[in-house]
Design a protein around this ligand. Sequence first.
Ligand code: FES
Length: 362
Amino acid sequence: MLNNIRTTIHPWAIEKLGRDWLEYIASNTMNVVTEKLDPFIWSYDCKAKILEIRQETPDTKTFVLLPNQHFKQPLPGQHIELSVDVENTGTTISRCYSLSEIDGDRVSITVKHNPEGKISSWLHSNAKVGMLLNISSPRGRFVYRDQKKLLFICAGAGITPCFSILKALDNQPTRPDIAFYYRSRTPGETIFKNQLDRIQNGSTINISYSRDTAQGTSYLPNQLLEAYPDLKERDIYLCGPEPFKNDVLKYLESIEYDLNKLEIEHFIRMDTGIDQTRKFDEDVTVLLKSRNVSFTIEAKDCDKTLLEAAEEKGIHLEHGCRSGMCGTCRTHLVSGQVTGNQLGKSIYPCTAYPASAHVVLE
Ligand code: FES
């Protein structure tokens, strides 16, 4: 009975009152009784209620979530961090998931079951409609920035942030020139296939199957160049398994694609192979170009990450995990050198170190 009332009230409260008002009301009526009565609204934490679970492919499910008032409105392409006590031991583990869809107050994550992944296994076997999940507010810079010609290159579950941006752009009255390349194993494992077919109109959407023998064994970069001869003119959004991204990245470097136009989503720390113990030993000036802010890192502090060094000077840099995993802190290296977590011109200040006397970041 109480659950039914909550099920009706939560979407109504978020939609009709709005998150700011709900936050005001909840914070002024918070006590042990209200916290027990409804831990979705009377909570100090960002939580989301599972509204619906959809089977997308045999091993992939979409979870439609209603976040509470602590959630900030996301941009298509951003991700959330989900924390779950999978073993009921009081210890939570966390994993980042891109939002696959944003629909008013609701957001969705689309999760492929990885038998070795604790959270994806828990979601696939334990998550139920009505459950509350601990989530973060949306984060990340894998978002659309008014470019005119786009190319999304994605594989497997890496389609999620690309699809979220594609859907948002598809709803705009005027939209950029969009090309979309999606590599899936087989037609049956293709996530969002029906929706992609519907959006096809007006966009170039190519789906290639890595295990479909009828298509032969065409090498991935060849497929890209055949499908998009104007590839170098496009801003590229890349997301997928690490080997796939590395293949694409190597290919883009080989054709001298301008890596400043490349956005990569990744949630695991890259092994850069750089010896971070060889500390730079001069003072370093760091300029944050878009903010016109600069700071100095003394030689003795060059073993600190760029994020730590900035914070010590009272300068806030957007960040999440602080360990090179969530991609929230990613920025572009305009000039100078860094060591550590770097991919092309993208660097991750939480796990990157200065390596030249002048470093200019986006
Ligand atoms: S990658 Fe998460 S904060 Fe840097």
